[in-house]
Design a protein around this ligand. Structure first.
Ligand code: 13P
Length: 262
């Protein structure tokens, strides 16, 4: 069974350190009853140190929203994997569509995945199509993102990997709708098949496949069962401590996801 993972991607929120500390303190209070689920808080880089101090000795884990592909040097504004490791970060979101939109290439994303897993942190590789065309070309597009994102990632390193499926059209407040659970189920199978081609059955089944895009209290249970995912990457809903902790509770009480046969 794959342990469920919920990652709070705060993006560039909240707008002050005081609010960030209040938010994580409230989530921490509820975390005693989180059970077996892995709950990761990924605040803006500038808040990592303060958030870490608050979650130290709790069940919450620290995540980062981005990392440099380089180890050190003339990289203005960047943060290396080693620096994030020093800050006690364990999960790093890589290739989020909001970063790809700023010009991050598959090649750079792949180097980031390698940089992170080399230091035994977990790489959360984001993939997702901009649109769903009637011919189904988005399948090929996603296949390409998986293959290039994981280039040279050895089978052994897959224990430090999470795949996050985030269709761009379902992300954010302008999204018309979240994915449908049937669509998500189909995609979970498709992603597992791609992982199976790369790493074989026994390893592919162990890589968590999570979903992100307009996940909220109303759809989280449906996605878990109907979509067969191993967890969630949550944007807006993770900025409300009550809503977020309720989502963790729903995930916890939903039992283990069934094995997806491919
Ligand atoms: P929302 O949950 O706000 O749609 O954002 C999803 C996302 O991009 C998480 O990484």
């Amino acid at each position: 069974m794959i342990q469920k993972i919920l990652i709070a991607n705060w993006k560039m929120n909240p707008s002050s350190l005081a609010q960030a500390k209040a938010l994580v303190t409230e989530i921490k209070k509820a975390s005693k009853v989180f059970g077996e689920s892995l709950v990761v808080i990924a605040p803006p880089t500038i808040y990592l140190g303060e958030v870490q101090k608050i979650i130290a000795k709790s069940k919450l884990l620290l995540g980062a929203q981005n990392v440099s592909a380089e180890k050190e040097g003339a990289q203005t504004g960047e943060t290396s994997a080693g620096m994030l490791k020093d800050a006690k970060v364990e999960y790093i979101i890589i290739g989020h569509s909001e970063r790809r939109a700023k010009g991050e290439s598959d090649e750079v994303i792949n180097r980031k995945v390698i940089a992170v897993t080399d230091l035994a942190m977990t790489a959360v590789l984001c993939i997702g199509e901009r649109i769903r065309d009637d011919e189904g070309q988005y399948f090929e597009f996603l296949h390409g993102q998986i293959k290039s994102g994981l280039k040279k990632l050895s089978p052994k390193m897959t224990k430090s990997l999470v795949i996050a499926y985030e269709p761009i059209w379902a992300i954010g407040k302008d999204a018309k709708r979240a994915v449908r659970k049937e669509e998500l189920h189909e995609m979970t199978i498709f992603i597992r098949k791609a992982l199976l081609e790369l790493y074989g059955k026994s390893l592919a089944y162990k890589i968590p496949v999570i979903y992100g895009g307009s996940v909220d209290l109303n759809n989280v249970g449906d996605f878990l069962h109907g979509g067969m995912v191993d967890g969630f990457l949550i944007g807006r809903a993770s900025l409300d401590a009550k809503v977020f902790t309720e989502m963790v509770a729903i995930t916890k009480s939903s039992g283990s996801p069934k094995i997806v046969k491919v």
